[in-house]
Write a protein that binds this ligand. Structure first.
Ligand SMILES: O=C[C@H](O)[C@@H](O)CC(=O)C(=O)O
Ligand SMILES: [Zn+2]
Length: 262
């Protein structure tokens, strides 16, 4: 694949549109990657005709993480307030979902990741402060970062979604290196807090066929199960990761050592 083919297949752009919702359906584990940036009016989660469902979450679950100003999500009449980097899990069977910004001058930016679900789990809010944290990497290798897990086996319960985020320390630029694959499930990366005029070089491909995609702020990458997913920024940044597929265990990864990469 040349640059354009890689971008067409794996890069998701324009997710955070003013007063609109964007949804992209991938056939990798049937995840839907989306985003919404509400203005003065709430934005409703639509029932897309492609789903052939009575409503969006009839046979799906949804993870929501806010990367903007404070906002509210209303799920079947229940209101949840999400500050920046808070996470709301919305279970299968919830019929109406809407998104709003508390202050349209500082709009919320809700990142959305949905997977198919066979069982209903309770809609649950988890604040950033309550997420399980682990430190990874070091300053010497420019990859010092904190991983926050929200939806996972020991956190918010779900049918198959596993979701959280990673924040790089100032001066650290590398994520997920050494890299890994996990053929049992796909992964989506959504990059945020990339400063204006900076970029992340996202690395993908089979371990012996690596490629890169240049990513701007608020863009996502769909990582197929056979692909590594890693990145190096021209500054520090954060990204939301999310997975769906065969296996629910966060640590299910096949490590790829640096001497295997080509
Ligand atoms: O399968 C797990 C995912 O790739 C990420 O959680 C890795 C990550 O956030 C990191 O190393 O910074
Ligand atoms: Zn991974």
């Amino acid at each position: 694949m040349n640059t354009q083919a890689l971008r067409t297949n794996f890069l998701v752009q324009d997710l955070m549109r003013d007063n609109a919702i964007a949804l992209v359906y991938s056939h990798y584990d049937r995840v839907i990657v989306g985003g919404t940036k509400p203005g003065t009016q709430p934005i409703t989660l639509p029932n897309e005709p492609e789903l052939r469902a009575s409503y969006f979450l009839e046979r799906r679950e949804l993870g929501v993480i806010n990367v903007g100003g404070r906002g509210q999500v209303v799920a079947d009449g229940q209101t949840y307030v999400l500050n920046k980097l808070d996470c709301l899990y919305i279970g299968k069977g919830v019929q109406s979902v809407s998104f709003a910004s508390t202050d349209p001058q500082q709009p919320a930016c809700f990142y959305l990741l949905s997977a198919s679900a066979h069982q209903a789990y309770p809609t649950t809010l988890l604040k950033k402060e309550e997420a399980a944290r682990s430190s990874m990497g070091s300053q010497e290798t420019a990859n010092q970062r904190t991983i926050y897990k929200y939806i996972h086996a020991e956190g918010i319960q779900s049918a198959q979604l596993v979701m959280g985020l990673t924040i790089l320390e100032k001066g650290s630029v590398w994520n997920t290196m050494p890299a890994h694959t996990h053929t049992r499930r796909m992964e989506a990366y959504f990059y945020f807090d990339i400063p204006d005029s900076q970029r992340v070089f996202h690395l993908m491909g089979e371990p012996q066929q690596t490629r890169h995609i240049v990513v701007n702020n608020h863009e996502a990458i769909i990582s197929p199960p056979w692909s590594i997913h890693s990145g190096c920024g021209t500054s520090s940044y954060g990204f939301i990761w999310g997975m769906a597929g065969e296996n629910y265990t966060y640590t299910d990864m096949d490590a790829v050592s640096l001497n295997e990469l080509l």
